[in-house]
Ligand binder design. Sequence first.
Ligand code: LLP
Length: 425
Amino acid sequence: MTATALPGHPHIAYRDGELCMEGVRLSALAKTHGTPLFVYSKASMLAALAAYQRGLAGRKVQICYAMKANSNLAILQIFAQAGCGFDIVSGGELARVLAAGGDPRKVIFSGVGKTRSEMQQALKLGIACFNVESQAELEVLNEVALALNTQAPVSLRVNPNVDPQTHPYISTGLKGNKFGVAHEHALETFQRAAALPGLRVVGIDCHIGSQITQESPYLDAMDRVLDLVAQVEAAGIAISHIDFGGGLGINYKGETPPPADHLWFALLSKLDARGFGERQLMIEPGRSLVGNAGVCLTEVLYLKPGEQKNFCIIDAAMNDLPRPAMYQAFHDIAPLKPRSGQSTLMDVVGPVCESGDWIGRDRDLHVQAGDTLAVLSAGAYCMSMASNYNTRGRAAEVLVDGEKSHLIRERESAADTFQGEHLLG
Ligand code: LLP
């Protein structure tokens, strides 16, 4: 038996001419569950987590998986059982923590627009910390906590004004972004928080962006955050934890982000050199824990040769895989059973009625109608951003664990998509 792992995807390999994930043939899953189908490798997720755990070994650290990347309950369960807390951005995500058996005391609540009822829900469950993003939010959180006769643990998200060198839509730490408190207003905002009786200052956090593939923006952000910690503590406000935000970028198209343990070696050296090595640390990785663990299987419906372009029309669309339409993102596409012979340049597109509904442009493929393709690096920000546009039910999800596979989400039916709607009269 010959096996060739796909570069950057150690748990996905061609074995005897067939694409497999761990010990399972992907074509068998497509046959059993239909397409489009998301399939995730448990081993790949745990290996990605282990790289962070290695890099942070011996430190006081809580890894909080940013579930916005992929919030399927079974995936949350895997991370909860591996000791992770969760970074959440809504009351809905908090409900998922509970449904998956996660510990609310390991939850941090991020986001610029928390509602009063979300704050109440989180306070009652005793979450670890609210990552507050504005002075106005501080005032409301204070009121909500006082009304419940409690104190809210607060970290202030500061905006370090560092360029993460990533797509503008997923860059969050620059001055023009809606996120965080500007570096120059951080001290006064910490002072305000410390003065409010319903709040207890516990930390500082930052998040400069997503899909970052270089070390330097992290190191620069750490410097800026540590400057602030020193400044705030000199003003008499203790900061017990430092949260460095989201995780690394992944390989979509040959990018080579540093391995998480290497990055953390560099970051911890700086932390130690500046005398902060003993602090409680938090990180909120999402994409890097799940992105390359997942694929989306899709069937080729039609080939449509054209004068200017050839189209390969598949049964997955922008409602299943929104990243190309939203960010012009690249996802590699691999046939489950490669054919020998001449390949053709084609655009891979979905059935949705929008020209923006493309999944891959100018791909060199040798395929026929009825073939199944795997859209790679589809574990993060695909299913969690999927919609019902064109009344398309969302795809099913399967988790592979060694030789076994588990259906972890049913395919939505048409009736599911309009459940809750009402006819008149
Ligand atoms: N923490 C905060 C406060 C965040 O805003 C994010 C992501 C994370 C953690 C997780 O970052 P990660 O480790 O995944 O880079 N939909 C976009 C990505 C949006 C990211 C938003 N924030 C995409 O598909 O590329």
